[in-house]
Design a protein around this ligand. Sequence first.
Ligand SMILES: [Zn+2]
Length: 177
Amino acid sequence: MKKDDIRKILGLDDSIDIANVEESNENGKLIKYVYIKSNRKKVRCPKCNNFTHRIHDYLKPSKVTYLNNSGIETYLIVRKRRFECEYCNKSFTEELNLTVKRGSISYASKQLILKDMMNRNKTIEEIARDYNVSSDMVRNIFLGGCKTLQIEYIYFQKLFHLMKHLQEQMQVYIHLF
Ligand SMILES: [Zn+2]
C-alpha cells in the first residue's frame, strides 16, 4: 500500500508525512506501526505568534493513538520537534494536526464499522472491541449511518436489538424506583 493511501485511510492531512510503516507479529496478532512526522518548515510561536524555523531538538517518539484499520490494529508513532522562537526565544513543542485523535475515529473506520453492522453475526459489543471504541460510539455511528444510508432490513433488525437493549435498561431503572 502506498504511503499516500495510508494517509488517506487514517484521515491525516497534508502536513503529516508518513516516514515508515512497520508490521509486526505480536503473539500471533498482526500489528501495524505507522511512523508519522510533520512536514511543516515553520511553526507559529504560541507566545509571540511569529513564525520560527529554528528546531531546538526532537522528542522521543510517542505512541499517540490506535485504531482498527481494515481489521489490523494500527498505532501511530509520532516524533514531535521542539522549536525555539527566533524572536522571543521561547522553546515549545509543535502541535501536529492529527485528525485521528484519541477517542475519535476516522471516516474510513466509520465506514468499516457500518459495513460490520451489516454482518448479522457480529454484536455491537464485538464491533466495539474490534475497533477499540466504546459500544456507545458504535451505536452513534450506526444511528448516524442510518440517516445517510439507505435503510435496509438488517439495519432495522439491529435497531430492534438496540431498542430492546434500551428497553431492558429502562426496566432496570424502573425497578430501582
Ligand atoms: Zn516567540
